[in-house]
Design a protein around this ligand. Structure first.
Ligand SMILES: [Zn+2]
Ligand SMILES: [Zn+2]
Length: 285
């Protein structure tokens, strides 16, 4: 098969998979929605977690840096549509997402600390859901932790697509922990900031096998290859010298080639667009 035709086919396969993923992602999102709101109401309302119980959840959310204005708007909407109104004098005043700012201010200025805690706890769930929806280019440990919460705390049953994606992500996270490039040694644990194009790839899905692959423009690998070439040349030169001069002086690497360049630790590929992160395709919660 001509290479160009094969590339076209692979391209088409990639597009088909991306379309199917988008369809399945959207379907799962709809099916998950009820469980997500139930989780939020479970931790935040009637009676909701105590401040002591809430602290670890808040800590994780702050450290994950996944909370922003849009998670606040989502949380206020969930509270407006699903939360208790009897003990909240402000929630009834909110009509749309823009009112969330006023609601947050009133809650913060209120002497009723329970209201701020309720909003913050609702936001912790909205933040996890938002992170999942922004993770179109790959899930991470935060997404896995979120699904584990949904499954254990409110009995959510992931769709088949979600189960398969979770399984793939768990395998990938495990591979990232234990694999390294056999040539240059770079890994997800230890690699310069310019190594973004190197990483683990699934080589045999049926047998759950993965390998760490450096990108073709990985400068660490190139530097290693060049050093190996120099070594081979030097070995040949040394043999020739020995044959010519018997047991005379053997030239050292330094005397022949000068001090060796240090092996460059890094890849020249730069940041791959959208790798595990934002790609601009954001969905409102
Ligand atoms: Zn390498
Ligand atoms: Zn590399």
């Amino acid at each position: 098969m001509p290479a160009a035709y094969r590339r076209t086919l692979q391209h088409t396969d990639g597009e088909t998979k991306a379309k199917e993923d988008a369809k399945q992602r959207s379907r799962a999102q709809k099916l998950r929605n009820e469980a997500v709101i139930r989780l939020a109401m479970h931790v935040a309302c009637s009676p909701g977690l105590t401040p002591a119980q809430a602290a670890p959840l808040m800590a994780v959310t702050v450290v994950n840096r996944t909370c922003d204005a849009s998670t606040m708007k989502t949380a206020v909407r969930w509270l407006r549509e699903n939360g208790p109104h009897n003990d909240d004098p402000f929630i009834g005043d909110t009509k749309d997402d823009q009112d969330a700012y006023t609601y947050a201010r009133k809650v913060n200025q209120s002497e009723d600390e329970k209201l701020a805690l309720r909003l913050a706890l609702t936001m912790t769930v909205a933040a996890q859901e938002q992170h999942l929806r922004f993770s179109n280019n790959g899930w991470d440990y935060k997404v896995v932790a979120y699904y584990e919460r949904l499954m254990t705390e409110v009995g959510y049953e992931p769709t088949l697509w979600e189960q398969e994606t979770l399984d793939y992500t768990r395998q990938q996270l495990d591979a990232k922990e234990r694999l390294a490039c056999l040539t240059c040694g770079c890994s997800h644990q230890r690699r310069p900031s310019s190594h973004w194009n190197c990483g683990v790839v699934q080589t045999d899905p049926a047998n759950r096998e993965w390998t760490y692959r450096c990108n073709t423009d990985c400068s660490a690998d190139k530097a290693r290859d060049m050093a190996d070439d120099v070594d081979e040349d030097l070995d040949e030169d040394a043999e020739a010298d020995l044959a010519q001069f018997g047991t005379g002086e053997i030239f050292t690497r330094e005397s022949v080639a000068g001090p060796q360049e240090p092996v460059v630790e890094g890849c020249s590929g730069g940041l791959s667009p959208g790798r595990q992160g934002w790609d601009g395709d954001q969905h409102a919660l």
